[in-house]
Design a protein around this ligand. Structure first.
Ligand code: NAI
Length: 338
């Protein structure tokens, strides 16, 4: 047995992967890019999630070590590692939720768009695997630029005849998490009490926090609105610069990815009232994809909420966001159609 197949085939073990697969309640989750800066803490946190019965960790490097390490945690999920393209199909077969943080991160001076060529190719390959092995899985796409990679995945699924717009999500949760934190600091509240809708997309001006809709209802000065909007939009760059060439947000991203994945799993389980922001196929604007609040259920995105009333500042922001988003989405579509 390869060392990353935890315990499978060992007759001394009364509980092995095969039994857990059939017996344990919960969902089967795969992380693609599991050995990376986001992937490792994401694997750790998903291993702690009681809704997960089986956790597949796939990467092109280092999964045996990460899998051995995480598999020693005494939580319920059974962990199994997969290394390299020849094991991608095994990693994906039977999976309910696929989380994708595979790809290169930004260095100082780079925009998310600078990552496009490498990451779009990676997302294409992984999406082809999903279309073949788990076409009904919910997909949480983290690889940047999210504004383009979601369109890449959608085009791959359309080509394969498996596209279900309700099941494909670009993960923008980190923008919401940052917005909640920064707004709570300004208001002097506990971030857990604050809910800031962040709409649009996941890059620069496409990240549009709706401060007029903050809960609990709050008013902000013009200076506060400027400060908060800029800080939320540039939150990723703040981390990239602080890491000085060491990559982009990984720990707060892993936390955010788990927050969103957990919401997807609660939706799949049939919980009522699970609502989060995500970048999805949408008719809220004229664009094919847009991030707004979404109600998650057994079939994925079951309801997509409208933007609600915007103030003048937000209406101007929305126009800027849509202009950039249209180009980014088109870039993703062209990558597959060309
Ligand atoms: P990283 O470089 O530390 O890890 C990426 C992992 O992907 C590596 O382990 C690498 O081996 C793996 N990988 C590369 N090609 C692969 C392939 N074909 N199949 C499977 N795995 C492959 O990067 P990090 O920091 O974990 O970031 C990952 C991605 O997440 C980047 O694109 C980054 O821009 C994005 N990101 C997205 C955020 C969001 O809010 N949506 C926030 C922060 C980062």
């Amino acid at each position: 047995q390869p060392p990353n197949f935890q315990g499978e085939g060992n007759s001394l073990l009364r509980r092995d992967y095969c039994r857990a697969k059939g017996g344990a309640p919960g969902f089967k989750v795969a992380i693609l890019g599991a050995a990376g800066g986001i992937g490792q803490p994401l694997g750790l946190l998903m291993k702690m999630n009681p809704l997960v019965s089986v956790l597949h960790l796939y990467d092109v490097v280092n999964t045996p070590g990460v899998t051995a390490d995480i598999s020693h945690m005494d939580t319920g999920a059974v962990v199994r590692g997969f290394l390299g393209p020849s094991q991608l199909e095994s990693a994906l077969t039977g999976i309910d939720l696929v989380i994708i943080p595979a790809g290169v991160p930004r260095k100082p001076g780079m925009t998310r768009d600078d990552l496009f060529n490498i990451n779009a190719g990676i997302v294409k390959t992984l999406s082809e695997g999903i279309a073949k092995c788990c076409p009904n899985a919910i997909v949480n796409l983290i690889s940047n630029p999210v504004n383009s990679t979601v369109a890449v995945a959608a085009e791959v699924f359309k080509k394969a005849g498996t596209y279900d717009p309700k099941r494909l999500f670009g993960v923008t949760m980190l923008d919401v998490v940052r917005a909640n934190t920064f707004v709570a600091e300004v208001l002097g509240l506990d971030p857990r009490e604050v809910d800031v809708p962040v709409v649009g997309g996941h890059a620069g001006v496409t990240i549009l926090p709706l401060l007029s809709q903050v809960k609990p209802p709050s008013s902000f000065t013009v200076e506060e609105i400027e400060y908060l909007t800029t800080r939320i939009q540039d939150g990723g760059t703040e981390v990239v610069q602080a890491k000085g060439g060491g990559g982009s947000a990984t720990l707060s991203m892993a936390y955010s990815a788990v927050k969103f994945a957990d919401a997807c799993l609660r939706g799949l389980r049939g919980d009522a009232g699970v609502v989060e922001c995500a970048f999805v196929a949408s008719e809220v604007t004229e664009l094919p994809f847009f991030s707004t609040k979404v109600r998650l259920g057994r079939t994925g995105a079951e309801e997509i909420y409208q933007l609600g009333p915007l103030n003048e500042y937000e209406r101007i922001g929305l126009e800027k966001a849509k202009k950039e988003l249209a180009e980014s989405i088109q870039k993703g579509i062209s990558f597959i159609r060309k």
